[in-house]
Design a protein around this ligand. Sequence first.
Ligand code: SF4
Length: 368
Amino acid sequence: MTETNQNWTKEEILDIYNKPLMELIYEASKVHREHHDPLKIQVSKLISIKTGGCSEDCGYCPQAARYHTNIEKNDLMPVEEVLSKAADAKATGSSRVCMGAAWRNVQDGEDFEQVLEMVRGLSAMEMEVCCTLGMVTENQATRLAEAGLHYYNHNIDTSEEYYKDVISTRGFEDRIKTLENVRKSALKVCSGGIIGMGESDNDRIGMLMGLLALSNPPESIPINALVPVEGTPLEGQEIVPVWDVVRMIATTRIVFPKSTVRLSAGRTEISKEGQALCFMAGASSIFAGDKLLTTPNPGDNEDMQLFNILGLTPTEKKKDNTGKVKIRKNQPNAIEEEKWSRPGHTIERNLEATKKAKEIRRELKETN
Ligand code: SF4
């Protein structure tokens, strides 16, 4: 279990976030060294096992079917293809695979069985395995754990207040419910957020408060910098300054000393020097490969060059008991129903992007 002081107040965390930057990095670096090897970085491979066509309206996401973006859509990938991509990633230093599917929630049936098969295969390859498949019930999370999954990712994205300005098709409370379902299942929790969506510093700290409010803090916290994609409601957002990414990572490191803090999306906009500051401030994981689901990411060679310059090495898979959950003798007969919400409030920029997408599609139809 990740130890942290769950009694932090918002004001205390905001004070940390607003410290003079060099002071903040120094303090975060001290905390980092107490709990982690500062010369090791976990390299994770993200595989998009089902891309695009999602029913949700997340304002940052090019995979939402209602927006017109240039992503290549793909149905659920065959098991062999996933295992082969993972084997390639392992050969170039990745010890962790995260599989992402653009779904609102996991549905029992053929596709879920296929994902379980992928998890079994990856777990047998001695890699740490994580999935991000949307909302899950406790039973589905338990089945994933029994198949050998280590972590389940479900980001809370931002503060509860700002969340309503970004997503209208599922509530913040659904995110929390999913994370609590995951926690009950023996899986480790991976949850973090995105900065650069137009939120205030207060919202960034609100996101950390949301994670602190969970029954146990996440073992893994991805910090993403928005990659504004043309066609999405947030296409016009300015790239978040690297200093904000460093601040956010350092603050997360101090508040969650034992968690793995992951420098995730948005790395292509951060110089090598900026990434070095992120590592110094407590980031201990990156995602490898030239694509992160649908957005660009530095390639493997570039990352290895950076590791060589900084004297960093990729971590091996940790030896622990996750991924070895005892399979229940009596599998539940009845599939539990979870009532996920659909708030459906109006977010002007999401509606605007949806309208624009409809016009583009109509024009394309007329010209074909
Ligand atoms: S973030 Fe996930 S749930 Fe939201 S639109 Fe994208 S794929 Fe769908």
